[in-house]
Design a protein around this ligand. Structure first.
Ligand SMILES: Cc1cc2nc3c(=O)[nH]c(=O)nc-3n(C[C@H](O)[C@H](O)[C@H](O)COP(=O)(O)OP(=O)(O)OC[C@H]3O[C@@H](n4cnc5c(N)ncnc54)[C@H](O)[C@@H]3O)c2cc1C
Length: 302
């Protein structure tokens, strides 16, 4: 273990039973395909291992970053010193009763929607095609085509900042547009319960196919991105404002405003996080100068 950093040596010897990778490129774990190495990336398999990782990193005075499916993150070019906890191994999904499903944080939203459809349970059609995880979706109240996590979420099991497991009702989650209380509290979603309604599975599937076709027709799904780059501003749509400012296709290095959907920033190949940040700032400034509306990034900049 000669080449290991002090932190890599200490955390791996304290928690030998937990899967870890060292100097793991974040570009391999983010849909933008951007980001330098994580000093340690850990893959807990259950809430107990997640708790142990948090406890150990606190003892070593390191703050852990939480990674779901990596589809709403701009990770830094220099990487992350310390610990990144990837939750993709928390992947159980189960039916609780006739109308309730519980999914672990690492389950993808598309898998959750397909599971619900198979049971003839409606409500998650909107989530089919959102490439993130249940944890990331709950954390930021993901939504599409008129649906949001808050419409179907019944409760959320959270590992709180003090290390305790707590269940919040949907009301207690303080959901609003692309926001939940967890953003302020640094709580980690372990699992969530969804309350759905019975419907003909064929109707559910055909709605999901309709939405998939809409996505394919309007979004640059063939290029790395993190989805909508900006939040929807009050009184307008980011994509329309960007297009009106003449910024469709606008490029900074390998980062560009998509020429298919101006609300998306895409990686044309080899884009750096700095280029994406510069592009986001220039677009926001130009739109502000023209309209007085300030666009705020939806993508989480680490
Ligand atoms: C092609 C494309 C299309 C998209 N379409 C949509 C869309 O229609 N609607 C929409 O809302 N979004 C969309 N997105 C964005 C993204 O998929 C969502 O924001 C999704 O909810 C992010 O989940 P994630 O697991 O990828 O989170 P990550 O990107 O891994 O993380 C995002 C944030 O959530 C935090 N986080 C992740 N997991 C947890 C957890 N378990 N507990 C606490 N915090 C956590 C992270 O620390 C980070 O701050 C799209 C993205 C792409 C690439």
């Amino acid at each position: 273990m000669t080449d290991l950093t002090d932190f890599q040596r200490k955390i791996s010897s304290a928690l030998p039973h937990i899967q870890m990778r060292f100097q793991e490129p974040l570009s391999a774990h983010t849909s933008f395909r951007i980001g330098g190495p994580a000093e340690v990336m850990a893959f807990p398999e259950d809430a107990a291992q997640l708790g142990q990782l948090l406890e150990q990193s606190a003892l070593l005075d390191v703050t852990a970053a939480i990674l779901g499916a990596g589809t709403n993150i701009l990770a830094p070019d220099a990487g992350i010193p310390g610990l990144v906890i990837c939750l993709k191994e928390l992947s159980q999904i189960r039916q609780l009763d006739e109308t309730h499903i519980q999914a672990d944080a690492g389950v993808t939203m598309t898998r959750l929607a397909v599971f619900a459809a198979g049971l003839g349970l409606s409500g998650l059609e909107f989530a089919h095609g959102i490439p993130g995880s249940v944890g990331g979706g709950v954390y930021m109240n993901a939504g599409a085509y008129g649906g949001e996590i808050k419409d179907v979420c019944n409760s959320v099991q959270v590992l709180t900042a003090d290390g305790g497991l707590q269940t919040y009702s949907a009301d207690e989650m303080d959901f609003s547009y692309r926001h939940s209380r967890l953003e302020e509290e640094r709580g980690i979603v372990v699992s969530a319960v969804f309350e759905l309604t019975a419907k003909d599975p064929e109707d559910i599937r055909s709605r999901m196919q309709e939405l998939a076709a809409k996505r394919k027709a309007s979004q640059p799904l063939d290029k790395p991105s993190a989805g909508s780059a900006f939040k929807r501003p009050v009184g307008g749509y980011a994509a329309a404002l960007i297009e009106q400012a003449g910024l469709k296709g606008y490029q900074v290095g390998g980062a560009a405003v998509s020429d298919k959907h101006s609300g998306f920033v895409v990686n044309l190949g080899g884009a750096t996080a700095q280029e994406v940040k510069d592009l986001l700032k220039q677009v926001s400034d130009r739109v502000f100068a023209q309209t007085g509306i300030r666009l705020e990034p939806e993508v989480r900049i680490w």
